[in-house]
Design a protein around this ligand. Structure first.
Ligand code: CA
Length: 223
């Protein structure tokens, strides 16, 4: 899952990005409204954290412009504690949730998890697909109850496929959602990670759909 953080306070921006990266997300950052708007308009983010008080273009205008051009990604806005009108205005222009400053990072992480799972139609933070279980809170993965250790890139790949299980996901889509914009992207590495995941999870968990991409096999009773 790939996220964007738009926050002009450099310390806060760094803290949020670090926490999200630690939680297993690919994270891009922007420090003003124009840059944030441009990235959100042109990159396929799974969710965005958007401060409202931003230089060059305020957060409300950024969000309004994204929504007007049909961008549907979930957006969590950061508001000042006592500015109830910001929240109302934020929701009215298309925010999905908010956190008031100052906040605990755990709350931002929990709200992002909730936005991501709702966007992909999941009701709980624990995702299962056949014998594979992925807990998006702890980042733990197990197969038939046995814990499996994954590298951060393997985890990102599996988490993305689990959020979209049953659907064919192309290699291009995976590259766009697993790496931040500074990463040297190479779609061949996806094949390598899929190979490693198959070794760890069982060969039949990730299906290759020739010419199209990959699909996480839904459990047999879902057919
Ligand atoms: Ca600000």
């Amino acid at each position: 899952m790939r996220l964007l953080v738009v926050e002009d306070d450099p310390d806060l921006n760094r803290q949020i990005c670090a926490a999200l990266t630690d939680a297993g997300y690919a994270v891009d950052r922007a420090f003003d409204g124009e840059e944030g708007h441009y990235l959100g308009e042109n990159e396929p983010y799974d969710a965005i954290v958007l401060d409202l008080g931003l230089p060059k273009m305020d957060g409300i205008s950024v969000l309004e412009t994204w929504r007007r051009s049909g961008k549907m990604m979930p957006v969590l806005i950061l508001t000042a504690r006592d500015r109830w009108s910001d929240k109302v205005q934020g929701f009215d222009v298309g925010a999905d949730d908010y956190v008031a400053k100052p906040f605990h990072m755990e709350e931002v992480l929990a709200r992002i998890r909730a936005l991501l799972r709702r966007a992909s139609g999941h009701a709980t933070s624990e995702l299962t697909c056949g014998s594979v279980r992925l807990d998006t809170r702890s980042g733990r993965v197990s197969v038939d109850g046995n814990p499996i250790r994954l590298t951060s890139h393997e985890y990102r790949l599996l988490a993305y496929l689990m959020h979209h299980s049953g659907r064919v996901v192309s290699r291009t889509e995976l590259v766009e959602h697993l790496y931040d914009q500074d990463f040297d992207r190479d779609s061949n590495t996806i094949e390598v990670f899929v190979g490693r995941l198959r070794k760890k999870l069982g060969i039949d968990v990730i299906q290759t759909v020739r010419g199209l991409g990959y699909r996480l096999n839904p459990p047999a009773d879902a057919h």
